[in-house]
Every structure is written in structure tokens, then in C-alpha cells.
Write a protein that binds this ligand. Structure first.
Ligand SMILES: Nc1ncnc2c1ncn2[C@@H]1O[C@H](COP(=O)(O)OP(=O)(O)O)[C@@H](O)[C@H]1O
Ligand SMILES: [Mg+2]
Length: 351
């Protein structure tokens, strides 16, 4: 299988869904341990809602639903114009959650994200005015366009789930999920996220350029009057909310994982640490992240147990930003995805 973007097979989750993405996600439960249909049906139908505006990009859509189910944050990478913003805006509209969008710009200040103290002349005291981070789903659009200090304010809020102003911590709402979009870092005038903090994102999803047929469908929709600014007109409506999410999360926690599959995840993580192309492999934290995403994928696929294939499917989106290439490998054009694929090919799979 090709390891280079673009194309859905370039993403592991895409590889799993590529035969028939929608069918994969609405697959009937295959055994008696499968979860009840309520929250499952609602969260699976998020895909259909998103498909009302976004053509293809199944791997990214599934990855975002998995992040929601795991309570983790997502990084969404792709060149301009592949519908990153449209995807997250549509997902937000399909969820009955509070959402905000921040366009990151070079002059954005930390307080523009977190909030700041404002002097209230009437009351003669400072009042905290909440920034956009006080929401359930925050679209942090083009996070690379803002300098490190403002990025750090967001990364800290993501990790702590609180904002501290003047020594006073304030809790962020629950759920709290950041989806940060990123243009590939070679772009001029951008600030790469600090590598050491990338693992605050549960997954890194990539949005490739569309296949020819998909691009034709995009143009057909536009030709027929599709307006990306009017999601309601495209028929997008909330199909899942906090209750379904909470139930989904609880159900994902109940997904069973055999000791052999747990050991498989550990073996994959350990193999990355031996890879000659990497100077930093996956940490135990990365291994726990892979366990969480694989369980969520198992549940979304209608199963109450996690298989090695679930692990393989989520390995690249969950691990690609948690490994660091050696400069030599980078110079040779090796990618994290290619290394991860090699690693997966070399680790014995439990039966
Ligand atoms: N896969 C796609 N499905 C539907 N529309 C698309 C797709 N790719 C591109 N488009 C169109 O191009 C626009 C891309 O805009 P945007 O979401 O701002 O992209 P990005 O955030 O990646 O720069 C969309 O609004 C839509 O009109
Ligand atoms: Mg955009």
C-alpha cells in the first residue's frame, strides 16, 4: 500500500474505510456484546450529516468522531482549499454542542483565546471576560499562522482544561475538544507547533487532495448552488449532543481488549523506538492513546471488542505526530507514515 499522501489509502483510517466508507461505519453489530443502538446510531450518523457538505475525506471524518469519543483533541492537516474548515464547521453544526471558531492570525494575543480581565467602571473592579476557548468544540483555524506565545496559551488550555488568569484557575466546559487546522509547515510565514507538545493532540488527521470523481462532485454541488456559508440550507442538522457523546464514551470504555491485543499495541510502540529512521519513538503515553482510539474505532464499527486490525487502522493517525524522524531520513524524503507502516509490517500480529 502506498504511504504517501494524497489519496484515502494514505491514511490508516482511510485504508480501513476505503472500500465503502459509509457502510463500514453503519455496519451492523456483529456480536451480542455490541452496544445498544441509541448513541451508536447517533454518532455513526454524524458521518452522514458531514457528507451533506463534504465530499469524501472519510478518514478525517472518522478520525474526528473518534477524537470526540475519546475526549481528545485533533490536528487536521492539509493544503489550503481541501475543506478543512468546512468539515469542522459542518461537524460542529451536526453536534448539539456549543462551538466557536477562531481564525489564528499573526497578531492574535493569548488573551484573545483564553479571555482577559476587563475593568468594569460601574462596579469599580476587574471582571473576567471569557475568551472563545470557553466552549465545547473549538475550531482553531490555521493554528500555524499565530506566534508561539498564543499557540502556547491554547496548548496549555487543552492540556489543563482550565485557564488561569491572575492566579485564578477557571474550568473549561465539558466536553472540551479542540480541532486545530494546519497547513503543511513548509508554507511561508507560518509557525510550526512545538514538536514536544504535539502529543497533546490525540490524533493527527490528514486531508489529501480529492480524487478526480470526488472533485467533480464538489463542483456539481457548487454548480447546483451549494453555499459553504449556509450549512442549514445544505440540510445539516444536529444529530448528536452531549447525552449521546457521554453514552458513547462510556460504551467505548467498555470495549474489551484481549491481553494479546494490548501486548500488540506495546510491541508496535516498542518497535518504533528501535526504528533506524526515528530519533524518537512512541512513548507509553502514545501507546495508551492508540489503545483509546482503537477501542473507539471498534465501537464505531459495531463491535464490543478490539482487534489487531483496529489497532492497525488507527496507528498512523494516532502515532504519526508522536514520532520524530532523524534528519537523514527526512532528507531522504522518508515520512512518519512510511516508517509506521514499516513498523506495522514487522510486528507479529496476534491471532
Ligand atoms: N471534499 C470537498 N467537499 C466539498 N467541498 C469541498 C471539498 N474540497 C473543497 N471544497 C470546496 O472548497 C472550499 C474549501 O474551503 P475551506 O473549507 O475553507 O478549505 P480549507 O480550510 O482546507 O482551506 C469549500 O468551502 C468547498 O466549497
Ligand atoms: Mg480553512
Amino acid at each position: 500500500m502506498s504511504t504517501t499522501e494524497p489519496g484515502p489509502p494514505g491514511d490508516a483510517a482511510g485504508a480501513v474505510v476505503r472500500r465503502s466508507p459509509a457502510d463500514q461505519l453503519v455496519e451492523a453489530p456483529v456480536d451480542g456484546t455490541a452496544p445498544p443502538s441509541g448513541p451508536h446510531a447517533a454518532l455513526v450518523s454524524l458521518r452522514e450529516e458531514v457528507a451533506k457538505t463534504v465530499v469524501g475525506q472519510d478518514a478525517a471524518v472518522s478520525g474526528l468522531v473518534i477524537a470526540l469519543l475519546c475526549g481528545g483533541h485533533a490536528l487536521l492537516e492539509g493544503v489550503p482549499g481541501v475543506a478543512k474548515t468546512l468539515l469542522v464547521r459542518t461537524l460542529a453544526a451536526a453536534l448539539d454542542l456549543d462551538t466557536k471558531r477562531v481564525q489564528f492570525t499573526p497578531d492574535l494575543m493569548p488573551g484573545d483565546i483564553t479571555g482577559s480581565l476587563i475593568y468594569d467602571a460601574g462596579a469599580a473592579r476587574f471582571e473576567f471576560r471569557e475568551g472563545p476557548v470557553f466552549t465545547n468544540l473549538l475550531l482553531a483555524d490555521e493554528i500555524n499562522r499565530t506566534p508561539p506565545k498564543t499557540q502556547a496559551a491554547l496548548l496549555e488550555a487543552m492540556e489543563e482544561r482550565t485557564v488561569t488568569v491572575e492566579g485564578l484557575p477557571r474550568r473549561l466546559p465539558d466536553p472540551f475538544l479542540v480541532v486545530a487546522t494546519q497547513n503543511p509547515i513548509e508554507y511561508e510565514g507560518t509557525y510550526a507547533l512545538p514538536e514536544a507538545q504535539l502529543d497533546r493532540f490525540l490524533v493527527k488527521l490528514t486531508m489529501p487532495l480529492p480524487q478526480r470523481d470526488d472533485e467533480v462532485r464538489v463542483l456539481m454541488a457548487h454548480d447546483q448552488g451549494f453555499d459553504p456559508r449556509n450549512l442549514a440550507a445544505a440540510g445539516v442538522r444536529p444529530v448528536a449532543g452531549p447525552a449521546e457523546l457521554a453514552a458513547g464514551r462510556a460504551a467505548v470504555r467498555e470495549v474489551t481488549v484481549r491481553p494479546e491485543v494490548l501486548a500488540y499495541i506495546v510491541d508496535v510502540a516498542r518497535a518504533t523506538r528501535q526504528s533506524p529512521s526515528l530519533h524518537l519513538g512512541v512513548s507509553p503515553r502514545g501507546a495508551t492513546a492508540l489503545l483509546a482510539t482503537a477501542k473507539a474505532w471498534a465501537w464505531l464499527s459495531g463491535r464490543g471488542y478490539c482487534t489487531p486490525d483496529d489497532v492497525k487502522a488507527l496507528a498512523r493517525p494516532t502515532l504519526r505526530h508522536r514520532v520524530s524522524l532523524r534528519p537523514e531520513a527526512e532528507l531522504e524524503g522518508v515520512t512518519s507514515d512510511a516508517v509506521l507502516e514499516q513498523v506495522l509490517a514487522g510486528v507479529p500480529v496476534p491471532r
